[in-house]
Design a protein around this ligand. Structure first.
Ligand code: SF4
Length: 371
C-alpha cells in the first residue's frame, strides 16, 4: 500500500504545460488479440486527442474497438492475448506505453480514472461501499481511518447519495443500479484525476437515471476541469454532453467532428447510418432505418473500406482499392470515405444495396474480441 506513494511520477509530468501540447495525445495506436482464428485487429491506427475540460465521445457498435481503446489508455488490457503493436499514448507529453508497470499504476486512478459499465461487477461485493471509497484515501493519500471515512461520506454526498453517512456501511447489492453507478463515479473522482474515461456508464440504466448520471458527470466536469472520454454506442447519450465525437468502425476512426456538426450533417456513411437509426427530436425522421448486416469479424476485416459490405454507397473502389485514409476537411473535421465530398454535397447516390429495417441483434460474441 505504501509502495505506491513512494514511486515517483514519471519525469516530465511536473514540467508539462498546456502550451506543450494536448493533455492526452493518442497517435497511430494499433492493438491486436491472439485468437483461435488468428490475429484480431482491434485497433488499427487510431489517432485522437483530448484537452482539459473537454468531452470527447468515442462512438461505435460492439466490436468497433472503442472499449479496447479505453482499456489500452488505462493499461488494463490482458496481455496476452492482447498486444499493443504500435503507436504512442502521450499523457502530459509522456508516452504511457513506455512506462514501467509500477509507474503506470501511479497514473492509473490518480491521473486517469475509469468508470465501468457494470458497477455491480466493478465493486467488491464483500466490502461496504463506504469502506471501498475510503480505501482510496487511505492507500493513495495516506489518510487515517477517521479522515478517510469523513472524506468518503463527503464524496458520497457530492454524488447525491441520499443519507450518505447512514449508507456508508451498506454493501453494493443494497443499492439500486443508478446509485451503484454514483458510487463508481465517487471512487473514480476520489483522487482528482485529470482524465476520466466513462465506458458505457449508463447502458444498464433506465432512461431517467441515464439522464441523471450524465448530468452528474457534466456537473463534476464543470467543477474540476477534468477531461472526459465517453465511450458509447448510443448517439442519444452524447447529444447534450460531447464537444467532439470520434466515430469508430472495425478498429479505425472513420469520422472526427464537433458534436453539433456531426448531428447536423454526418460526413461518413457509417455515421449517417447511426444517425438514421435513432429517433430525432430536431428532425422528422419517419421510419427508422437500421444499418444492414453486421460489424466484421476482426480476424477477417474486408479489403478496401471495412464498411463496404454494409454501405449503401459502396462502389468497386471501396471493395478492392486502398483503405480510405482519414482526410482533414477543415474546421476540426475529418472523414475516411472515398466519396466524402459527394456525401457532404448531398450528391452521392445509394447503390441499391438492400438496407435492413428493424433492430439488429447484438454481435459482440460473433466478433471474438473485447471491444
Ligand atoms: Fe462507403 Fe465506400 Fe465511403 Fe467506405 S469508402 S464508407 S464503402 S462509400
Amino acid at each position: 500500500m505504501a509502495k505506491n506513494k513512494q514511486i515517483r511520477e514519471p519525469e516530465g509530468f511536473a514540467t508539462w504545460t498546456p502550451s506543450d501540447g494536448h493533455l492526452l495525445d493518442v497517435r497511430n495506436l494499433n492493438v491486436e488479440f491472439n485468437t483461435r482464428d488468428g490475429k484480431a485487429k482491434a485497433i488499427n491506427g487510431a489517432s485522437f486527442h483530448l484537452d482539459r475540460g473537454e468531452t470527447l465521445a468515442i462512438l461505435g457498435e460492439s466490436g468497433s474497438g472503442k472499449s479496447v481503446t479505453a482499456q489500452t489508455i488505462m493499461g488494463i488490457l490482458d496481455s496476452p492475448p492482447a498486444s499493443v503493436t504500435g503507436g504512442e499514448i502521450l499523457f502530459r507529453g509522456v508516452d504511457l506505453l513506455k512506462l514501467p508497470e509500477e509507474q503506470r499504476r501511479v497514473v492509473r486512478g490518480r491521473k486517469i480514472a475509469m468508470i465501468f459499465q457494470d458497477a455491480l461487477s466493478a465493486l467488491n461485493p464483500v466490502f461496504t461501499v463506504g469502506w471501498q471509497i475510503a480505501e482510496m484515501f487511505r492507500v493513495h493519500r495516506g489518510c487515517s481511518k477517521a479522515e478517510a471515512k469523513d472524506m468518503a461520506i463527503k464524496l458520497m454526498e457530492r454524488v447525491n447519495i441520499p443519507g450518505a453517512a447512514a449508507r456508508y456501511g451498506n454493501f453494493p447489492h443494497q443499492f439500486s443500479g443508478g446509485m451503484r453507478q454514483r458510487i463508481m463515479i465517487a471512487m473514480s473522482i476520489a483522487l482528482d484525476p485529470e482524465i476520466l474515461i466513462a465506458d458505457e456508464p449508463t447502458t444498464a440504466l433506465d432512461v431517467t437515471v441515464q439522464a441523471q448520471i450524465m448530468e452528474l458527470l457534466k456537473e463534476l466536469q464543470a467543477e474540476t476541469g477534468t477531461g472526459l472520454i465517453l465511450i458509447t454506442h448510443d448517439l442519444g447519450v452524447v447529444a447534450d454532453v460531447a464537444d467532439r465525437i470520434n466515430v469508430m468502425y472495425a478498429g479505425r476512426i472513420v469520422e472526427q467532428a464537433e458534436a453539433k456538426e456531426l448531428y447536423a450533417s454526418p460526413a461518413h456513411p457509417y455515421s449517417e447510418g447511426l444517425l438514421n437509426s435513432i429517433p430525432r427530436l430536431d428532425q422528422s425522421t419517419g421510419q427508422l432505418v437500421a444499418i444492414g448486416g453486421l460489424p466484421p469479424n476482426l480476424t477477417k476485416i474486408p479489403e478496401g473500406c471495412a464498411f463496404n459490405p454494409r454501405c449503401r454507397y459502396a462502389q468497386d473502389v471501396c471493395r478492392t482499392g486502398e483503405v480510405p485514409p482519414l482526410v482533414d476537411l477543415g474546421g476540426n473535421r475529418s472523414s475516411a470515405c472515398h466519396f466524402v465530398s459527394e456525401l457532404v454535397a448531398g450528391t452521392l447516390q445509394p447503390n441499391g444495396l438492400q438496407v435492413v429495417t428493424g433492430i439488429q441483434p447484438a454481435v459482440a460474441e460473433e466478433n471474438g474480441d473485447q471491444a
